[in-house]
Design a protein around this ligand. Structure first.
Ligand code: F6P
Length: 405
């Protein structure tokens, strides 16, 4: 018999708990697995031996179902970068000590490309010291920027939220007779996937978003203002989707970086609002979707949540088949009918890499997304869950804040 541990890392999504549920449910079925530990705050919990017994937390099927539709990371998260073990082995020794003390034979790390760096480094280290602990990465990120996998758990729900909110903003912004511009800022770091996904509105006959700016296309204020003026000549209310990661003049972003050197991005929408007000002088608003786009589980994509559970479960099967240092990935077989299979890839191929939006998805002016891209996005946002409600508010599964740091 062995125990296993699971942890969540990086930016939250609506689906990261569904992957935890996948790991949990599959492990329950496996007679060789005894305790299922949850590590608090990602790898930090393993380093500090701060683990919780998930079997004593998730007591009923209702608990599990509720967790599956709860946004964010129930176990907390971290943005912790492991050092190179050849330069600093101390932290690795602490990790090994926890794993041995808790008799952990497999560790599942649910995270994005930075977290896959942890999977890669640990699997390399375990091989070097001949430690038989399987380590498997389960992908997640609303940014959809992981290599090899067709898409990432969490992206579909975020895309559904972004497109739906943009749709609602479109209705709101057309009520007055005066011309207006609304700039909607979307997350995604250096990749434009999430911003581009707002183009799914074109599939239901909307002309909005009229302009879509992603980091993969060159951006200049001069062309931006030209584009706005041109769209204002055609539409009373112009809706613009702009990625948080587009190139902007020095000083617009705070300059603060995380442990992986990623800039905290926010504020481009507000900046462009001010530019439009100053240069064009029309009614203008900016909307920063901010964390809502990654935690609005009331409109999660059923496809995303179900797939996220499945990929967690497949991770357990992969570890039990003897694999380690792998990341679970989706391979799309077809758009219509939408079919994917779950496979695994090497963690070193995914760690710290970014998959950008394909250039052929972007129009030649660099200010919108071609309809050609829509069959990629549309299957990922299909289906809805029925949120469990309490007093008219969606219920969440949460562990006591005293357990989290
Ligand atoms: O990587 C996911 C993400 O949500 C990005 O889209 C965003 O730029 C970043 O995380 C925000 O980081 P934080 O979780 O620190 O707010």
């Amino acid at each position: 018999m062995m125990n296993i541990a699971v942890a969540q890392s990086g930016g939250p999504t609506c689906a990261i708990n569904a992957s935890l549920v996948g790991v949990f449910r599959e492990s329950l079925k496996e007679p060789s697995i005894d305790a299922i530990f949850g590590s608090i705050n990602g790898i930090e919990g393993i380093i500090e031996n701060h683990l919780v017994d998930l079997k004593s937390m998730l007591l009923t099927n209702e608990d599990i179902e509720l967790l599956k539709q709860t946004p964010s990371t129930v176990l907390g998260s971290c943005r912790y970068k492991l050092p190179d073990w050849r330069e600093n082995e101390d932290v690795y020794k602490k990790i090994v000590s926890t794993l041995k003390q808790r008799n952990i034979g497999a560790f599942f790390y649910i995270g994005g490309n930075d977290s896959m760096d942890t999977v890669n480094k640990l699997s390399e280290y375990f091989a070097t010291i001949d430690l038989d602990v399987k380590i498997i990465g389960i992908p997640k990120t609303i940014d959809n920027d992981l290599c090899i996998t067709d898409h990432t758990p969490g992206f579909g729900s975020a895309a559904k939220y972004v497109a739906t909110t943009m749709h609602e903003i479109t209705r709101d912004s057309t009520v007055y007779s005066m011309p207006s511009v609304t700039v909607v800022e979307v997350m995604g770091r250096n990749a434009g996937w999430l911003t581009a996904s707002s183009a799914v509105l074109h599939a239901i006959g909307e002309t909005a978003p009229h302009l879509i700016y992603v980091p993969e296309a060159d951006f200049s204020l001069e062309n931006f203002l030209k584009d706005i003026r041109q769209e204002m000549s055609k539409h009373k209310a112009v809706i613009v989707a702009v990625s948080e990661g587009i190139e902007v003049p020095e000083g617009v972003q705070s300059g603060v970086v995380d442990n992986f050197g990623h800039k905290y991005l926010s504020g481009i929408g507000k900046y462009l609002e001010d530019v439009i007000r100053h240069e064009i002088g029309c009614k203008v608003r900016s909307v920063e979707l901010n964390v809502m786009q990654r935690c609005s589980s009331h409109l999660a994509s059923k496809t995303d949540i179900e797939e996220s559970e499945s990929i967690g479960a497949e991770g357990v099967k992969c570890a039990l088949s003897g694999q380690s240092g792998k990341v679970m990935v989706f391979r799309r077989i077809s758009d219509m009918p939408y079919t994917v299979v779950i496979e695994h890839a090497e963690a070193y191929e995914i760690a710290n890499n970014e998959k950008k939006l394909p250039k052929e998805y972007i129009n030649s002016a660099g200010n919108n997304i071609r309809n050609f891209a829509l069959p990629y996005f549309l299957p990922l946002i299909q289906g809805e869950l029925s949120p469990m409600m309490s007093q008219g508010i969606p219920k969440h599964f949460a562990i006591h804040e005293s357990v989290l740091k």
